[in-house]
Ligand binder design. Sequence first.
Ligand SMILES: Cc1cc2nc3c(=O)[nH]c(=O)nc-3n(C[C@H](O)[C@H](O)[C@H](O)COP(=O)(O)OP(=O)(O)OC[C@H]3O[C@@H](n4cnc5c(N)ncnc54)[C@H](O)[C@@H]3O)c2cc1C
Length: 305
Amino acid sequence: APVRLTILGSGWGAFRLLKDICPKTYSVTVVSPRNHVLFTPMLPSASVGTVSTRSITESLRPLCIEKGARLCEAHAEHLDLKKKTVQCRSLHGERYTVPYDRLVLAVGKKANDFGIPGVQRNAFFIKETADARRLREALLTRFEEAACIVARSSTCGLRPSDEQVAQVEQLLRVIVVGGGPISAGFSEHLVDFIGRDVRRTYPDLIPYMSVHLVEWASCTQIHRKDQALREYMLQRLSQRSGVQLHRGEHIEGVTQSELRLESGRSIPYGTLVWNAGMKPVPIVQSADLPKARNDSKVRTDECLR
Ligand SMILES: Cc1cc2nc3c(=O)[nH]c(=O)nc-3n(C[C@H](O)[C@H](O)[C@H](O)COP(=O)(O)OP(=O)(O)OC[C@H]3O[C@@H](n4cnc5c(N)ncnc54)[C@H](O)[C@@H]3O)c2cc1C
């Protein structure tokens, strides 16, 4: 009888594996809350609307049909490695168990807020298509709010007051926290978007807009191997794209309108985008598998076993 293979996840890893699976050897069940593969490198463009979220996803169903695989839209919640079962919860809340002979963990990672107060509630992330849609919606809402303030004073033939200028500048200040390639890529897309689309649609707002990249000190540690490349990337962002850099900062907390730094400084913002690193998803954190020291990443051999 074919081996029962259960694949958790429908991202890059799962998709690649499924493509190579021999349906005669394996009877495959895919469990993932997402029924599509997401082309993540295009997610920053989708966040500013340069491409639509539809054009950066591909349904996994055709490949599942080709491979005779079952696809269940569900979260894997618990692994029982002794009984060889996965406890799952469907998107409608039903709980059920999937047995396996072989298990593939391809659940990716989730955004890491490092437990900093206020991040989950106030920041936007760039991980899923829903994140991209939320971020785009938020940016457009801020633009409209700012346009309304600017239009109110110009209707009366006046310049905006100092207070109004500060309010508009804050609404149109986007802070990106991170310092790795995703933050840099998103900042660059945002600057392009402002230079092309916003300049055309909201020309009066251009003088008030700013993009800030806060390089969190811990990110410097994460990316320390690529220091030269990283320096080049940040300098280019600052000199060519006009992104304002705040380097090596420690973040104390986030409120609805301010990023608080440990140095005592606060930066008011309209939109905060958090890209400061990733952490294992709960099912990996709780799984009784050998883990790397000081981390909850699963330890594997060179064949990812
Ligand atoms: C904005 C962005 C841009 C990127 N750009 C690049 C790039 O240019 N080049 C590059 O090499 N890499 C890039 N990456 C990184 C790349 O996307 C990841 O390395 C890659 O997606 C990892 O593949 P994966 O299969 O391990 O996880 P993912 O692709 O993240 O897939 C994880 C899957 O597991 C599912 N899942 C999560 N929890 C559960 C659960 N409990 N039960 C079942 N399923 C679950 C998810 O829904 C998802 O389907 C980028 C990432 C992002 C976010």
